[in-house]
Design a protein around this ligand. Structure first.
Ligand SMILES: [Zn+2]
Length: 390
């Protein structure tokens, strides 16, 4: 590992700890009760952005997903066709998965989902605290609105903690720099240019990062470490992957809060919107590795071992090669390449591995996971997946 890689890893780890620490403080202030839950089942839902079958579960694609293909799929219920019949934009697709209904709200997350999310069903019906349900996302097309619906008897009082690690990171970095306490910060113009580049980095959906005010805190205990890491970052970092940071953060949340329901959304693959096929493939490999590392954590972590069900699914595919919408760059075409990704379910809810050829719908997942967690998704339109142990 090169010095740069090492410094990048140190930075990402520190940043994740810092961000987790900020959240921990906030959560306890809200009266959150880490590590207690009304359910003895745990669910980890890992969502990729858009990936086609051609680059994943196809003869040529398998080399991009060694862990999914060799380590996870053989012990799973492998749904070969998990159809997205809704709008293939990020916020709508994710909202549809969470609510079990096809959502047609604002593509950029300005409006909350119109049906209750799994988070709300679970928290309201079982009396679970906010610390029990988390969404950690790299995807900039999502907003805080993804954590709860606009349905009046549910809503944000029963929603998930929604975390965008890169935003927390940027807030922390900015604050440390402008407080003027950091070492090696003489060249502020250079630092500012770097930060601006970070803010614009991978701005593939046409959105910049908006920074949350509530994240604007630094914990004293990690301040010194953070400053050192910032120095290293500013002077050594070339590019950061949002998914790596999302993984660090998710694992830290598992260790500190052991939530019953954890959703992790990786989206390095969305660099495809920029037109780089090689970076898109690198994003797939990254997500493959980071998903496997989450599964490994669930096997090692005593709060999760033996009672965790993990689901891995893309939001949708991408357009076919030669299409008028530029092939892999986008996800708008009304065909199987875009609408028919796969889904993997493994762990506690799986009796025996099985390949399921019969198409299912992505909205079938919400009522299935609700049942597993001991609640009812009564407004979901999807059907429960029959092969899951209830
Ligand atoms: Zn996209």
């Amino acid at each position: 590992m090169s010095r740069t890689d090492l410094s990048k890893r140190t930075f990402l780890r520190t940043a994740a700890l810092l961000a987790a620490d900020t959240l921990l403080t906030r959560n306890l202030a809200l009266g959150g009760e880490p590590k207690s839950s009304p359910s003895n089942q745990k669910v980890i839902l890992v969502i990729f952005g858009g990936v086609r079958r051609a680059e994943t579960f196809s003869p040529d694609g398998l080399e991009n997903i060694p862990h999914l293909a060799r380590d996870l799929m053989p012990q799973s219920l492998f749904y070969m066709h998990a159809r997205n019949d809704g709008i293939t934009s990020h916020f709508n697709a994710t909202s549809s998965i969470f609510t079990g209904t096809w959502q047609r709200v604002d593509d950029w997350g300005k409006l909350a989902p119109t049906a209750p999310t799994l988070f709300e069903y679970f928290r309201k019906q079982l009396g679970a605290g906010q610390g029990d349900v988390w969404v950690v996302a790299s995807n900039k097309a999502l907003t805080k609105m993804i954590g709860a619906s606009a349905v009046s008897i549910y809503g944000s009082a029963f929603g998930a903690n929604v975390v965008f690690p890169k935003q927390l990171l940027i807030t922390a970095v900015m604050k440390a720099i402008w407080s003027g306490q950091s070492r090696n910060m003489g060249d502020r113009h250079r630092v500012q240019a770097q930060l601006e580049a970070m803010l614009m980095d991978n701005n593939y959906e046409g959105l910049g990062w908006s920074v949350f005010k509530e994240a604007d805190r630094l914990d004293a205990d990690v301040h010194a470490t953070m400053q050192e890491a910032i120095s290293q970052f500013v002077y050594n970092e070339r590019s950061t992957t949002g998914d790596e940071l999302t993984f660090w953060m998710s694992r830290e949340i598992m260790r500190r809060f052991a939530p019953t329901l954890l959703v992790v959304i990786y989206s390095d693959v969305e660099v495809a919107h920029f037109g780089s096929y090689s970076l898109h493939l690198a994003g797939i490999s990254n997500a493959d590795r980071l998903t496997y590392q989450l599964w490994e954590e669930a096997q090692k972590n005593s709060d999760y071992r033996g009672r965790t069900t993990m689901v891995v699914m893309p939001e949708f595919g991408r357009d076919p090669d030669g299409s008028t919408t530029n092939g892999f760059l986008n996800h708008r075409s009304n065909d199987d390449s875009c609408r028919m990704p796969w889904m993997i379910i493994l762990g506690a809810a799986v009796d025996r591995p099985k390949m399921i050829e019969q198409p299912v719908a992505q909205i079938d997942l919400c009522p299935s996971l609700a049942r597993l967690l001991g609640c009812q998704a009564h407004e979901a339109q999807g059907r429960r997946l029959g092969d899951l142990r209830a």
